[in-house]
Design a protein around this ligand. Structure first.
Ligand SMILES: Nc1ncnc2c1ncn2[C@@H]1O[C@H](COP(=O)(O)OP(=O)(O)OP(=O)(O)O)[C@@H](O)[C@H]1O
Ligand SMILES: [Mg+2]
Length: 217
């Protein structure tokens, strides 16, 4: 992946992440973690090489195919990106609203995912009245709304204390046990002891360790 500035953010990466995995994407600041996650939902496209996600080849997929891929992908952005002028309900409902669901149909679904993250009673609250950990759980609820087989999370525990971070991980692990693939960028390596997963380590845009590297692509 070469950005327009000429910066090569990722190169020579060769790996395979099977459906159902729980992957920690680690590496120093600037290593390329967010870049890799963005490529996985087609937010940016690799400038050379091959990346296939859920059967979609990112580099030459049409806009329509990228949109379809995003409907099958839950995204938790770095810094949760909740809309502060909207209620928790509206924030969580957003992805399915965009797909044309009306409020009547949305409400039971939103209630269900908020129960899963333990925040059903905050449906009509505004994000600024929630703690950082609660906001992060709202972001998870939004990502899981359409029951996607893949969730990409960019530092979902950034700025959370250890106990709160583990609570967020409990929720992601529970989703993983239900079959959802989780790929999560993090600096919180201590989480690995309480919540084991596969580790993919980047360093300056190059893979240091990763599971199931293919010898011959
Ligand atoms: N839009 C962009 N244009 C040019 N360069 C970029 C762009 N986005 C990121 N980069 C560069 O690509 C490299 C990888 O950035 P990336 O955001 O993927 O790192 P990261 O591993 O997520 O870091 P952090 O842990 O700080 O979030 C960095 O050198 C960064 O400056
Ligand atoms: Mg990042």
């Amino acid at each position: 992946m070469r950005y327009k500035t000429g910066k090569v953010a990722l190169s020579g990466i060769n790996m395979d992440i099977p459906q159902g995995s729980f992957v920690y994407l680690i590496g120093e600041s600037g290593a390329g973690k967010s870049t890799l996650l963005k490529m996985m939902y087609g937010g940016i496209r690799p400038t050379s090489g091959q990346l296939e996600v859920q059967g979609t080849t990112i580099r030459d997929a049409s806009e329509h195919q990228i949109r379809a891929l995003r409907q099958r992908t839950g995204i938790i952005f770095q810094g949760n990106r909740l809309l502060h002028s909207r209620t928790v309900f509206e924030n969580v409902a957003l992805p399915l609203r965009a797909q044309g669901w009306n409020a009547e149909r949305l409400l039971p679904r939103v209630e269900k995912v908020l129960s899963f993250v333990g925040l059903k009673d905050r449906l009509w609250s505004y994000p600024e009245t929630l703690s950082g950990g609660e906001q992060q759980r709202v972001a998870i609820a939004r990502a899981m709304l359409s029951n996607p087989p893949l969730i990409l999370a960019d530092e979902p525990t950034g700025n959370l204390d250890d106990d709160t971070a583990r609570h967020v991980l409990d929720i992601l692990s529970a989703l993983n046990k239900l079959g959802t693939t989780i790929i999560m960028a993090t600096h919180d390596l201590h989480l690995l002891t309480s919540h084991p997963g596969d580790v993919v380590q980047l360093h300056k845009g190059v893979l240091v360790t990763g599971r199931r590297q293919r010898r011959n692509p």
